[in-house]
Design a protein around this ligand. Structure first.
Ligand code: FDA
Length: 316
């Protein structure tokens, strides 16, 4: 584990750090590497390029932990417009096997934190998005946030998924509960995006050491591969990608029966290599002006990105 990770994730809550990053010319290129733009038109341009290269997309309108009803409503409105814009894009270069277009949503952006009614509001908003997405031929996957939201998020998905079988769930391998969650989702034949997990979590709920997280990832992946679920291998880790390829071969899964998923701007060469050998590759593309929490999680994952970060903090 990167020793600076807790400090960087703590900085995710700092207004001063956020102001510095937002105004410093040093950090602008770093932000652009991970977030192609703040507007929908910038997002559409990036998505068009990815689709033309044969990679599917999952688009995230950035925002999280909303405590304001108007903001949650605005997020829903933006997603509805986004689904419209995505549906107009040319997807002919993406291989068959799954919808080339998808949106990723955080329930905390859709109202989950709006007091006691929050979970119900977020669930209803998720249903609104799924209804629109179904009309447009776009799929939806629900992101996984910090562990205090896990039970509520999985409950919302359980409620909505019977009407939208393609509704995807994200599982974080670092949580102790995740192997059991994978078993439940595998039994239901769900689409499951398996990632390591990006939040700072206590040892009461999550593995703390890289080797333990990697082992847990492989246990979860094995459960999914052996089932009728669709495993969505969300990792840039070469060892896990190779293991996924082996497990898929052993389970008799062809290229259209699982997905390799990576974040925009990370290991683009590997995305292209996998797509080139006929795999279904999906790139998670975030956009919007609420990029700060997302960027902090990317910095915490990768010590090499810290140089930019520290320079930004010391640039007047
Ligand atoms: P690991 O962190 O070990 O990285 C392996 C290699 O990938 C590194 O050595 C480096 O080469 C490259 N790399 C990884 N991160 C990098 C970075 N930031 N910058 C540059 N290079 C980098 N998490 C979560 O908690 N909830 C969620 O909903 C999601 N959703 C999600 C969707 C998709 C499609 C992906 C790919 C990931 C997520 N994540 C997530 C994030 C995930 O939990 C995890 O934090 C990151 O993917 C990093 O873990 P890796 O598996 O890539 O391995």
């Amino acid at each position: 584990m990167n020793p600076l990770r807790p400090a960087i994730l703590a900085a995710a809550g700092s207004e001063r750090v956020k102001r510095t990053l937002t105004t410093s010319p040093v950090t602008a290129p770093l932000v652009r590497r991970f977030v192609p733009g703040e507007t929908r038109s910038e997002l559409v341009a990036a998505a068009r390029e990815l689709l033309a290269s044969g990679r599917a997309v999952s688009v995230d309108f950035l925002g999280e932990y909303t405590t304001d009803r108007a903001q949650a409503d605005a997020a829903v409105a933006e997603y509805l417009a986004l689904i419209n814009d995505l549906a107009a894009l040319d997807t002919a270069a993406v291989p068959a096997g799954a919808a080339p277009l998808e949106v990723s949503v955080k329930l905390s952006a859709l109202g989950q934190w709006l007091g006691p009614d929050g979970p119900a509001i977020a669930t209803e908003n998720l249903r609104v998005l799924c209804t629109k997405a179904a009309e447009a031929g776009v799929w939806v996957t629900v992101d996984a946030e910090d562990h205090t939201t896990t039970a509520s998020t999985l409950a919302a998905i359980r409620r909505v998924r019977p009407d939208f079988a393609w509704l995807g769930t994200v599982i974080q391998a670092y949580l102790y509960r995740s192997v059991d969650d994978c078993r439940d989702l595998a039994a239901a034949g769900a689409r499951v995006r398996l990632c390591k997990g990006a939040y700072q979590e206590p040892d009461t709920v999550a593995h703390q050491h890289r080797a333990d997280v990697d082992s847990a990832y492989l246990r979860c992946l094995d459960v999914l591969m052996q089932s009728s679920a669709r495993p969505l291998v969300a990792s840039h880790d070469p060892a896990l990608i190779a293991a996924a390829t082996d497990l898929a071969a052993r389970a008799g899964r062809g290229p259209g029966e699982l997905e390799y998923q990576m974040l925009y701007g990370i290991r683009t060469d590997e995305q292209t290599r996998l797509a080139g050998r006929g795999e279904f590759v999906r790139v998670y593309v975030p956009y919007g002006n609420q990029w700060y929490g997302y960027l902090m999680r990317r910095l915490a994952e990768r010590p090499a990105n810290l140089g930019f970060f520290l320079r930004a903090l010391t640039t007047p």
